[in-house]
Design a protein around this ligand. Structure first.
Ligand code: FHN
Length: 605
């Protein structure tokens, strides 16, 4: 494809490591390409295979559990001090002073992660409240000195991780700290402190750097430094912390939030992989080394009222969706004030682990889909010589039709708890094209209630024809990331191939966006133009339906019907959308978050 060719040429121009910038003509308009070559294949090797880790948000805020002075406080639990402006002394005396998680059992905790099929744990050593969940000599605002518990749970966790061969990482809020008078930033503690004489550098040198140093020198091997909310942090600080981390733990991985989300420039090579927005799965299929971070409820830190538990099925589907896009999943739990994770979540995790025992080959070490388009029945992952079709929606008719796989197929089977269940299939070349269709007859019903996996073994090195050809029901899906774009002219265009002439409805599928506490559909009411093979029609974007999308909790899909089109004969066509204000940037706060356009045949009476 044109875009892939451009990318390939650029790769050859860049030096092996570091950062460089070039001006290029991409998709019709001049753009600056920021290119970073990270020399980190070796240290990332385990992480690329692991795919699934446990995120743990645990701190003093769980004593409040989302309630303050008899009221339930809306939003995520770990922000309660900030939201209610709870004075530091009160937080220390009334909440840290009552934090006694006597039920915390580090071995059981690590076994819970291991049995869920997770390969690593990242736990909050210090969140924004500034409270160290470990024995810190830097500040007495810590678990050992300030709680009746008086022990260091991270020491116990590090020991248990070693015992069960699970890698350990620490979350550390390096910029925000509501305990320290000098930690001045956009979310500082302005109810206890007057910022007039505050010096951020003092906080950095007195607390942030020394505490990270403690964490990386007193807990054995630390595999990950997971930092958060760098917004506006000077790159010199990010550099200093990354360099110290690597000097103490040479193989440590550092996530992208060590600097501003979206920062592009020198220094980008300091982090190893990109952390996506909270509970958000990138629509792109070609990102390199990224992770999705997803909650198992509506909060990161435990809240009493927060019982909207993600089911095992949702977790498995999120996991394989992330893997199909080349990413890792870091799935969060929030233990309560006794040190225990809600039994309902524990049960869901157990079920996920049982599923992974049988079907884990579609996840561990697997790579993302080789197709440059998505499919409506589920997602695809791959390993050399095998494609895994993860079937979320059992297709009407009981078969899957996959177009574009050019290799000769050797066998197709469903993975089952008892072994391989052979399935019948047909391969044919579509008339007047060089594109192959693979037709797979599915078993009578799903093999697994969580996610049925169909393996397609093929000969030779994988070869895909990416032409956008209709599927067996003659539905065409045109993904946003596949479009030829001219951002200045506000134009998107796709070439595709119609197999069956007739009348089709054109649906535009976009996502709600904005803050996760207040999902909103942005972009309705816009006037734009739909053009198919030169014939233009105007439309006004409105919401005609909503589709639940638990892979992108909590943002739903919105369906807009934008017109009907007629194809008189089979062949190649072009569809163009112009005039839409789209959300091009990754975090999608402005403009319409377009996912795809779909052409669906209108059955004639
Ligand atoms: O503000 C935090 C939030 O509490 C939580 O820790 C998440 C996890 O990604 N990070 C920040 C918001 O992105």
């Amino acid at each position: 494809m044109k875009k892939n060719v451009i990318r390939c040429v650029l790769m050859c121009l860049f030096p092996l490591t570091g950062f460089s910038e070039v001006q290029t003509e991409a998709a019709g308009n001049a753009a600056t390409v920021h290119h970073v070559e990270r020399d980190n294949d070796e240290r990332l090797a385990w992480w690329r295979e692991a795919k699934f880790g446990l995120f743990v948000h645990w701190g003093v805020y769980v004593v409040l559990a989302g309630e303050y002075q008899g009221e339930t406080v809306p939003g995520i639990g770990e922000w309660i001090q900030y939201k209610k402006q709870i004075p530091k002394q009160e937080y220390l005396k009334d909440y840290a002073g009552k934090f006694n998680p006597t039920e915390f059992n580090a071995n059981a905790f690590v076994r819970m992660a291991r049995d869920a099929g997770m390969k690593f744990i990242v736990i909050t050593a210090k969140h924004h409240d500034g409270f160290a969940m470990y024995d810190s000599a830097v500040s007495a605002y810590n678990m050992v000195d300030a709680t009746p518990y008086g022990k260091d749970p991270l020491k116990a966790l590090a020991k248990a991780c070693k015992k069960y061969d699970i890698r350990l990482g620490f979350y550390y809020s390096h910029r925000i700290d509501w305990e320290h008078p000098d930690a001045i930033c956009d979310r500082y503690n302005d109810w206890d402190y007057n910022p007039t004489n505050a010096v951020f550098d003092r906080y950095w040198k007195e607390k942030s750097m020394p505490q990270v140093k403690e964490l990386l020198s007193q807990y054995g091997d630390v595999s990950l430094l997971w930092v958060d909310m760098a917004r506006g942090l000077d790159i010199k600080y990010a550099r200093e912390m990354a360099e110290m981390a690597r000097s103490l733990q040479p193989d440590i991985l550092i996530n992208s939030r060590i600097m501003d989300e979206g920062y592009e420039g020198p220094g980008m090579e300091l982090w190893d992989y990109e952390t996506s927005s909270d509970n958000y799965i990138h629509p792109q299929l070609d990102m390199k080394d990224w992770e999705a971070i997803v909650t198992t409820t509506d909060s990161w830190g435990h809240k009493k009222v927060d019982t909207n538990f993600r089911s095992a099925k949702q977790i498995v589907q999120v996991l394989v969706s992330v893997v199909s896009k080349g990413g890792n999943l870091l799935l969060n739990v929030g233990p309560d004030a006794t040190g225990v994770v809600d039994p309902a979540i524990q049960q869901h995790l157990k079920n996920v682990g049982v599923w992974l025992d049988h079907y884990g080959e579609t996840v561990y070490s697997a790579k993302g889909t080789p197709f440059s388009r998505t499919h409506d029945w589920g997602v695809i992952t791959r390993k050399p010589g095998i494609l895994y079709l993860n079937v979320f929606e059992w297709p009407a008719g009981g078969f899957i039709d996959l177009s574009g796989l050019q290799n000769k197929v050797k066998s197709v089977y469903a993975l089952t708890e008892e072994g391989k269940l052979p399935l019948s299939y047909k391969q044919k070349v579509i008339k007047n094209t060089s594109v192959h269709h693979l037709n797979v007859m599915l078993p009578d019903r799903p093999v697994s209630v969580l996610n049925t996996v169909i393996a397609v073994e093929h000969e030779g090195d994988l070869e895909i024809d990416q032409s956008m050809v209709q599927d067996a029901r003659c539905i065409t899906r045109l993904d946003f990331f596949n479009a030829e774009r001219d951002d200045e002219a506000k134009k998107l265009a796709w070439d595709f191939n119609v197999l069956r002439p007739g009348r089709y409805k054109v649906k535009l599928i976009s996502s709600e966006s904005q803050h996760h506490e207040n999902p909103e559909w942005v972009g309705g009411g816009q006037s734009a133009t739909l053009q198919v093979n030169g014939k233009a029609t105007e439309f006004v974007l409105k919401q005609d339906g909503v589709l639940k999308n638990f892979n992108q909790i909590p943002w739903n899909y919105v369906i807009s019907r934008i017109g009907d089109v007629e194809f008189e004969k089979p062949g190649d066509y072009t569809l163009e959308l112009s005039g839409l204000d789209l959300a091009y940037e990754k975090y999608r706060t402005k403009g319409l978050a377009l996912n795809y356009v779909e052409l669906v045949p209108i059955e004639q009476p």
